[in-house]
Write a protein that binds this ligand. Structure first.
Ligand SMILES: Cc1cc2nc3c(=O)[nH]c(=O)nc-3n(C[C@H](O)[C@H](O)[C@H](O)COP(=O)(O)OP(=O)(O)OC[C@H]3O[C@@H](n4cnc5c(N)ncnc54)[C@H](O)[C@@H]3O)c2cc1C
Length: 501
């Protein structure tokens, strides 16, 4: 294994896409096998040295930023094997999502998780339960994880298969390490908010599956070294559109209709018994400010629109025409500016549409660098029936602030990102206050503080506000069962005070 201690070698590993400052570490270890990871962790655990799992550092909440101790980097754990027959893949934690996507595509299969930024690693995706636009139809990374190998903080190995370790009715979850030690975990008693996406705190359910506990645990419960993912057959085609609206009310009624019809179709309750019906894979929102920003990179963006929706649906040769007709009907019903909108069934144009979507967070980040201020970005989700009121709150609060902002994202899942782009210190301070008000509003509406980016080090106070003392203590009890010395992912999710035994 490689061990690096020079600051030059470590520098890139001391920060992530959050640009959170202050990261430092004694050394970085680049292991080539799970046995080497086990060796590192065994020693670190004995000496109580903090260990931070570092993926591709595209995370936006500081989860991979170390504050002392050892960085574990997985770039050498990059084995990838696809089994076409069983439609599964065995993936090393350090495999880059873009590489997996390419290989899966070449095998004629489909891996839906698409967290916009394809330079991330699969280990990072599993540790954050990454989701993205297509989660609207296919679900988050969790839905595709069938098995994994994990090294615990003690250096012990755990092999998990979905359905293998399930909590018993008394609320205890027992897992057996490869050495035969049984670890007993007390399942937390909190109920998760009734939202479509949520990565705020450890996953929980009455019959909790151990594999689900590790998914989304942000490097705090174990080091994920290898993952078995489920793949799907590749859809024969997609019909996609970026459609513009002149009025917000029309855009929102279009989304409500498209969402409701997609759910009906999936439940087999389509309105047209003999014809295929609307079943969107994604429904993505851009507000008017987002469109203005994207126009810097895509000047063909029509001006003066209230907003736009990017949608996509799987097609076959047999149903393509009928589906195009169904979408067209829906768009006309809700007064979309159809003539100004863009539609495609070709892979090339679809990639361009994805670039359009990706251009937004990228342009936002460039603007932030230019302003020499930090972006303040929200990631809350609220229950479906509270979504309209939450969007109104966003618009009124951000609009009244006079600070530049954009609102965009996964409207199908009732989950939008509001990004404030302060230009001065004063605006930055006010943006942080506004962020706090948005968090409070989301919690009050029964939502969660993070729907997809995770808690990391930046949002743990908000997690505390959402969960309360009692449930954070229950989470800490889970962590102590698996990582008794609290060496893994220190500072992520909860304040270290919760981890003292
Ligand atoms: C432009 C942009 C757009 C984005 N859009 C989305 C989006 O749409 N949806 C979304 O979900 N996310 C999005 N993200 C966030 C980010 O891409 C995801 O969180 C991604 O899953 C992080 O993967 P990573 O390899 O970069 O992990 P890192 O950032 O390196 O780490 C993330 C966390 O996982 C832990 N970790 C990493 N690897 C392991 C491992 N092997 N074992 C245990 N713990 C580990 C780290 O300790 C850390 O806590 C976006 C980021 C950017 C920059």
């Amino acid at each position: 294994m490689q061990v690096k201690t020079q600051l030059d070698d470590l520098q890139n590993y001391l920060t992530d896409a959050s640009n959170m400052p202050g990261g430092f570490a004694d050394k970085m270890i680049v292991p080539e096998s799970e046995a080497e990871i086990a060796e590192v962790l065994r020693e670190a655990n004995e000496r109580r040295i903090p260990v931070t799992a570092s993926g591709a550092r595209t995370g936006t909440v500081g989860g991979a930023i170390p504050f002392g101790g050892i960085i574990l980097s997985f770039e050498k754990l990059n084995k990838l094997a696809i089994d076409r027959e069983s439609e599964t893949a065995k993936v090393g934690a350090g495999v880059i999502l873009g590489d997996l996507q390419k290989a899966v595509e070449q095998a004629g299969l489909f891996y839906p998780p698409d967290p916009t930024e394809w330079s991330c690693q699969i280990g990072g995706n599993v540790a954050t339960n990454a989701s993205g636009a297509r989660s609207f139809k296919y679900g988050a990374t969790r839905e595709f994880v069938e098995g994994m190998r994990v090294v615990l903080a003690t250096g012990e190995l755990l092999s998990l298969r979905r359905g293998e370790y399930i909590a018993d009715p008394t609320g205890l979850l027992s897992v057996t390490t490869e050495d035969g030690r049984i670890v007993v975990i007390k399942v937390p008693t909190y109920e998760r908010p009734n939202v479509r996406k949520n990565v705020s705190g450890f996953y929980n359910s009455r019959s909790l599956d151990a594999i689900d506990l590790f998914i989304g645990s942000e490097g705090t419960l174990g080091v994920i070294v290898e993952i078995d993912v489920k793949l799907l057959s590749k859809p024969s085609g997609f019909f996609s559109g970026i459609v513009f609206f002149e009025k917000d009310a029309d855009l929102l009624s279009f989304v409500d209709d498209a969402r409701a019809r997609s759910f009906s179709t999936r439940k087999g309750r389509t309105s047209r018994l003999s014809e295929p019906d609307i079943d969107a894979t994604l429904l993505e929102y851009f507000d008017a400010n987002s469109l203005k920003l994207i126009a810097e990179k895509f000047p063909e963006t029509p001006p003066n629109m209230a907003g736009a929706i990017f949608f996509e649906q799987e097609t076959t040769d047999d149903n393509e025409d009928a589906l195009l007709g169904a979408w067209n009907e829906l768009l006309e019903k809700h007064n979309a500016a159809v003539d100004a909108s863009w539609f495609t069934t070709t892979e090339q144009d679809l990639s361009k549409m994805r670039e359009f979507r990706h251009a937004l967070p990228v342009t936002v980040n460039e603007r932030v660098v230019r302003n020499r201020q930090k972006k303040i970005g929200t990631d809350m989700a609220v229950p479906d029936d509270k979504f309209a009121s939450f969007l109104r709150f966003y618009n009124e609060t951000l609009g009244a602030s006079g600070i530049e902002y954009v609102i965009f994202g996964h409207i199908g899942d009732c989950h939008l990102h509001a990004n404030l782009l302060p230009k001065t210190e004063d605006e930055a301070t006010r943006s942080r206050h506004i962020y706090g008000r948005c968090v409070a509003q989301a919690i009050m509406l029964g939502g969660c503080v993070s729907a997809e980016h995770g808690i990391g080090k930046l949002k743990r106070n908000y997690l505390a506000a959402m969960m309360g003392e009692r449930y954070l203590n229950e989470m800490a009890e889970v962590k102590r069962a698996l990582d008794p010395n609290g060496i893994l992912g220190r500072g992520n999710m909860f304040n270290e005070a919760y981890l003292n035994t």
